[in-house]
Design a protein around this ligand. Structure first.
Ligand code: ZN
Length: 175
């Protein structure tokens, strides 16, 4: 049986350590998360950026956003800058982890300018999250939204290593 186990060991060396990460997955968003974003946008001033964390599951080819956080009572909202309320976001993340094992997979924020592209500052902050080994991100999801009060537009981005790629954002109706 020694020969068999040796062969097995060799085979194991030939297999990839981790499944490859698709560079361009689709991002689905639950109705609940989508409505939470819309509600936050309607509550806050349209001239100021707002946002929150995204919680859900990264399943390789599909990334599911199940919950979207509000900014929280201590968020910093400015015309070209947003900083979420950390304690508020952590509490929400814990709550959803217990609910359906949702993990922190990214963040959303608004651009009052109407540009649905991450700014250099956004990109730098995503890279900081990716570089933080404790957070264990293999990629980071960013949803950027804007509204003129009536219409609503959103774009999803996947940030991995040094690139940000725009990917389809699909509303997922659970019924
Ligand atoms: Zn931004």
């Amino acid at each position: 049986m020694a020969a068999d186990s040796e062969a097995e060991t060799e085979l194991r060396y030939m297999q990839p350590v981790e499944p490859p990460i698709p560079l361009s997955p689709a991002v689905t968003i639950s109705v609940q998360a989508f409505e939470a974003i819309r509600e936050e946008l309607q509550t806050e001033s349209p001239e100021l950026e707002t946002g929150g964390i995204l919680l859900g599951h990264d399943e390789g080819a599909v990334i599911s956003v199940l919950h979207a956080g509000a900014g929280g009572p201590h968020a910093v909202r400015q015309t070209r800058h947003f900083l979420r309320d950390l304690a508020f976001s952590q509490l929400l993340a814990l709550d959803k982890w217990y609910l359906d094992s949702s993990e922190w997979i990214g963040e959303w924020h608004s651009h009052p300018s109407g540009e649905l592209i991450p700014s250099p500052t956004d990109f730098r902050s995503y890279l900081t999250h990716l570089a933080d080994e404790e957070l264990r991100f293999s990629r980071f999801i960013s949803i950027i939204v804007c509204t003129d009060g009536e219409s609503f537009r959103a774009a999803a981005w996947v940030v991995a290593s040094t690139v940000a790629i725009e990917v389809p954002l699909v509303l997922h109706n659970e019924e």
